[in-house]
Design a protein around this ligand. Sequence first.
Ligand code: G3P
Ligand code: CA
Ligand code: CA
Length: 289
Amino acid sequence: NLSLCKREPEYFSPRSCKELMERYKTEEDGLYYLTSPTGVVYQTYCDMTTAGGGWTLVASVHENNLYGKCTTGDRWSSQQGGRPNVPDGDGSWSNTVTFGTAEAATSDDFKNPGYYDITAENVAVWHVPNNERVDRWKLTSFLRYHTETKFLKSYGGNLYSLFKQFPVKYNAGSCPANHGPSIPVVYDVGDATFNHNLFGPNARGETEPGFITFRAINYEKAAMAICLGVKPKGCNTEHSCIGGGGYFPQESPRQCGDFASFDWDGYGTHVGWSASKQVTEAAVFIFYR
Ligand code: G3P
Ligand code: CA
Ligand code: CA
């Protein structure tokens, strides 16, 4: 039936996993095609079951080499080195550049048009071990949480627009006065204590678990995009927050990179300021609903 074929894209062009679930009654987790209003068709993962489902994977932050400080693969901070004259680094948190693929989201950075196109209310975060295949993501993710306050409504409907208001940029403000919002989270896998214990003892002493924080700033005025399940109490935010601008002054470029300074007291050592190997070697997935 030719006329039906011709009309199919129009019938089947969901803009988000939420729309896919609500309009097309799709119930299974997995990879689907979405279409942006400008006609960009892209594939991403939909979580159709957690807390009512309809969650769209819009980004993954993957640390390919913690020893490379703002080098290739640090797409959520800077691939151009750590330098004060590149204060916002690659600018990925508030531009429309896309990269990676859904199926490789545990092996490389991923950012799709949904990140800036979808109007959403809440975010969810998953920590999925590096190099896991799509069909094992849900099983192997060791920490998952989501917001329920619909906070994105107050910040333009997505993180692209939130980070326009809170630039992820060196020297955009100081700590603690200019942190962006901290939003309470509800845990789907793991809990606040488990979340907290992924970080080193010194980092735990400076954070309160059970929140997600956007655009944190440290003592030296470096900016980080997302604090992973924590609200900063102190100003060494580089040990529990990811992404960033293009300059981290403390012992530059030691703290510059997608996972900032998770390795300050050694890689994966889980002592002092260092994060655990488990969280260091897992991609951070960001969903919208
Ligand atoms: O971010 C950690 C740093 O500010 C303190 O480290 O090694 O001087 O105790 P350290
Ligand atoms: Ca990366
Ligand atoms: Ca510090």
